[in-house]
Design a binder for this molecule. Structure first.
Ligand SMILES: *[C@@H]1O[C@H](CO)[C@@H](O)[C@H](O)[C@H]1NC(C)=O
Ligand SMILES: *[C@@H]1O[C@H](CO)[C@@H](O)[C@H](O)[C@H]1NC(C)=O
Ligand SMILES: *[C@@H]1O[C@H](CO)[C@@H](O)[C@H](O)[C@H]1NC(C)=O
Length: 252
């Protein structure tokens, strides 16, 4: 193949290769650059089997073709219908506060700064919900703004079971209050459909969302993400939405 190639093109190619390897070396030197960090996808696939809060039957059919090549259309095109709290998703302040809903605190008002940046993945004790004592025992230092809590929910593979499990692990209201009072955490991520334990659903959400500074990310998959230092979470910029599915990744 090289035999037929014009000498100038070959030279250009060699230069390009040289530049490329130089930039890869430079990237490695600063531990940053062209795809160095391993990316963990911490977003669940949206499938009809996904569990839905308080439902036995899960998500079910949610997408359908409205025009298709098979039927003579130029292209395939589908429509989907999803609850705003489907799968891996964020909560807006308007989710639990009527006042905030009326004032327009929807998902478009959530801070991208909070949704993206250095994060800790923290394992919580498997034998209880997240109480004030549990939060205290985790010793999360001041200055940590984003924490993804991995719980028994991950071990139980709850997000992979269609039937909703109300006995999932989540924050008890005193645990949420302890976090608000004693840490700098502004992004709270958890591995089931709600950050709040079932029995404290309303009070825990109210405590977290009251200041409008804390962003809740629910339904994460944290199975493989043992390490990870940067989280990126991007919900759709959907006006009036009290929640929204988001694509979340963790970069090691
Ligand atoms: C394609 O055509 C068939 C037969 O008319 C109809 O039943 C089906 O719903 C159509 N599907 C789409 C995606 O248009
Ligand atoms: C397009 O739609 C047809 C059904 O009309 C389906 O069989 C096919 O897989 C679709 N193609 C793509 C690329 O989605
Ligand atoms: C957490 O709380 C739920 C009720 O919201 C309860 O069913 C469950 O057993 C608790 N989990 C643990 C590990 O104690």
């Amino acid at each position: 193949m090289f035999r037929n190639m014009n000498k100038n093109i070959l030279l250009l190619l060699l230069c390009a290769c040289g530049l490329l390897s130089l930039s890869i070396l430079a990237g490695a030197a600063v531990g940053y650059g062209a795809g160095n960090g391993k990316i963990f996808d911490i977003t669940h696939k949206i499938t009809s089997e996904l569990p839905i809060f308080n439902s036995k039957n899960g998500l079910g059919h949610f997408i359908r073709l409205v025009s298709s090549i098979k039927n003579g259309s130029l292209a395939n095109e589908s429509e989907f219908k999803l609850g705003t709290h489907t799968g891996t998703h964020v909560d807006a302040p308007g989710h639990f506060f009527q006042k905030y809903y009326e004032e327009g605190f929807d998902v478009t008002t959530l801070s991208l700064q909070t949704l993206n940046g250095p994060a800790l993945v923290v394992d919580v004790p498997r034998n209880q919900n997240i109480t004030a004592e549990v939060m205290k025992s985790l010793n999360i230092p001041r200055g940590v703004h984003r924490v993804l809590f991995r719980t028994l929910n991950t071990d139980r593979r709850l997000m992979h079971k269609t039937k909703f499990a109300s006995d999932f692990t989540g924050f008890k209201k005193e645990g949420a209050q302890w976090l608000v009072d004693n840490t700098d955490i502004k992004l709270v991520g958890l591995d089931y459909l709600s950050v709040a334990a079932y029995v404290d659903a309303a009070p825990t959400h109210l405590i977290f969302l009251r200041s409008r500074e804390i962003v809740l990310v629910e339904g994460l998959t944290l199975m493989e993400s043992r390490q990870g230092s940067m989280v990126h979470c991007l919900p759709l910029r959907m006006v009036d939405a009290d929640g929204c599915p988001a694509r979340c990744i963790l970069i090691a």
